[in-house]
Design a protein around this ligand. Structure first.
Ligand SMILES: C[S@@+](CC[C@H](N)C(=O)[O-])C[C@H]1O[C@@H](n2cnc3c(N)ncnc32)[C@H](O)[C@@H]1O
Length: 512
């Protein structure tokens, strides 16, 4: 008796809310009153009134003969509105109750039925789709409110399925309490950050570390955002934010720990190789994994790889694993330390010779020495290829002049000459042409028809990371045999256009 009266009150309130939604008072664009909107409003409003749960208890189950509309309503899954502006995470404040449709089902058939009705059941993080019916032994299957038809009934195919299992197709309502655990990262951040602001919560993962790149408007919420990322991503125990752009010599960036442990020594896998390093002291970019793999694909066992700016080894170590002979170098003592560590970790320390020097000294010393030794041994039959990788996109192109007349002796056959893979940023409309022209400037010769360029990734709008590959032309690599000094080779294709940056100016502007 009392229950019927409660339901009558509820239906009046429902009708009243529905009418309100159509008025300017609530400033809603709803032309029709949808099931989620009205019930959201109703529950939201009345859950604040003391005694409301005397009428509708949380997680209670009741039926109602109203029309459900299949109208997508993002608001249905938004946390309690009071969390707006929160800067210190209070998980309990996210709790709120929504109304969802349910089907009452005999427990014996539940598993088979779930398979068939998977497409209309409710899927929320950390939420069971099936709950016990408090009234009896039956189960309640939670359905997605957005997948229920306007006729307050299931579709024909679903009805057919229910018939087979002898289940009443009556859809009822259930007051479902959603907690912090049941909301997705984006829903949480959209509810917290000011209305209309971008809540993009993307990050790169390096082992247990989430690396964020927050925008200015997100900074007041940085600790909360960092904690939500940890909570919602199993295995992540620390979140950091990039403080400034990479513009120091070692290409690592300053970072601030937003939430979680401050342990920066991390372990990650790339192309089936494990790397360990201190993320705060070395360069690591997970977005380069495809590029690392692309270069490794070019190598065959027995080839030689010189890695001029090796970092902690993402080119050098897989190459050594592939039975190439590797010479790896990095100026940063911390990178060098972790490079040695990773060689041991991956059991390739026998195949790699590591150096801790400036790239120019590395090219003029160990690389020159090895090329002098190796090139005369190469023949058409013993055709191991030699590769020189130069991944320091802001500056590497400037190092290309080292190859000018690096070697004495007679030029070897063209197809045995070492191949350089040099990285560079470009802000030009035609980045491939731009990078080729700068390479030509520093090599002092034309590469027309003798190089290929590859777009590695877009670093920012209008800033591309490119890789130019070419075999060092013999006229560049070998000292001239004649006794008199010839005038320097005129750069074949690079013509500085009026108002264009000089190489120096351009290079200082190309920062990561
Ligand atoms: C962009 S990172 C590339 C690291 C690694 N090769 C990769 O692909 O992830 C450039 C590396 O060059 C090193 N480096 C910077 N200036 C250098 C120099 N003058 N000589 C040698 N290494 C240098 C930095 O320490 C950093 O590890």
């Amino acid at each position: 008796m009392r229950l019927r009266r409660e339901h009558r009150i509820l239906w009046r309130l429902y009708g009243y809310s529905a009418r309100l939604l159509k008025t300017k008072l609530f400033r809603t664009a709803a032309s029709n009153t949808s099931f989620p909107e009205v019930w959201l409003l109703l529950v939201q409003y009345f859950e604040r009134l003391p005694g409301f749960f005397w009428v509708v208890q949380r997680n209670s189950f009741f039926t109602m003969p109203e029309i459900l509309e299949n109208k997508a309503d993002l608001e249905l899954y938004s946390p309690h509105p009071e969390v707006r502006g929160m800067t210190t995470l209070d998980r309990a404040a996210f709790k709120r109750t929504i109304v969802v449709p349910v089907l009452k089902v005999k427990k014996e058939v539940i598993n088979k039925l779930l398979k068939s009705l998977k497409h209309i059941t409710l899927h929320r993080p950390g939420l069971k789709r099936v709950i016990d019916d408090p009234k009896d032994e039956d189960r309640l299957v939670l359905l997605d409110p957005h997948k229920i038809s306007a006729e307050y009934s299931l579709g024909e195919s679903e009805q057919e399925i229910l018939k087979q299992f002898n289940i009443d197709p009556q859809v009822s309502k259930y007051n479902l309490e959603l907690t912090y655990d049941n909301f997705k990262t984006e829903e949480i951040l959209r509810a917290v950050l000011p209305v209309g602001q971008d809540v993009t919560s993307g990050f790169t993962r390096i082992g247990h570390i989430a690396h964020l790149n927050l925008r200015d408007h997100q900074l007041p919420y940085k600790h909360l955002i960092g904690q939500v990322i940890i909570d919602k991503n199993p295995g992540i125990t620390c979140s950091v934010n990039k403080i400034n752009i990479i513009d120091n010599t070692y290409r690592n960036f300053q970072m601030e720990v937003l939430a979680g442990e401050a342990n920066m020594i991390t372990k990650t896998r790339e192309n089936n190789i494990t790397y360990e390093f201190d993320f705060s002291k070395v360069y690591w970019n997970s977005r380069l994994s495809t590029e690392h793999g692309r270069i490794i694909e070019l190598l065959k066992p027995g080839d030689v790889l010189f890695d001029v700016f090796a970092g902690v080894g993402p080119f050098a170590i897989p190459a050594a694993k592939k039975k190439c002979s590797v010479f790896a170098n990095d100026l940063n003592p911390e990178s060098y330390k972790w490079l040695l560590h990773n060689c041991k970790l991956n059991k390739v320390d026998k195949n790699i010779k590591n150096f801790n020097m400036d790239g120019r000294d590395f090219l003029l010393g160990p690389v020159k020495e090895e090329l002098t030794k190796e090139l005369p041994l190469l023949t058409k039959e013993r055709k191991n290829t030699l590769h020189i990788v130069m991944n320091l996109p802001a500056l590497a192109i400037k190092f290309l002049d080292v190859f000018k007349h690096l070697l004495d002796g007679k030029p070897c056959s063209t197809d045995l000459l070492p191949t350089v893979h040099c990285y560079s940023f470009s802000k030009h409309d035609s980045p491939a042409k731009d990078v080729q022209e700068w390479a030509e400037v520093f090599l002092g010769t034309s590469l027309e028809g003798r190089c290929s360029t590859h777009l590695v990734r877009s670093v920012a709008p209008n800033k591309e990371m490119m890789c130019i590959s070419f075999q060092i032309p013999a006229e560049v690599l070998f000292k001239k045999q004649c006794t008199h000094e010839e005038s320097p080779v005129e750069p074949a294709s690079k013509r500085l256009r009026p108002n264009e940056d000089s190489p120096e100016e351009k290079l200082t502007s190309l920062k990561d």
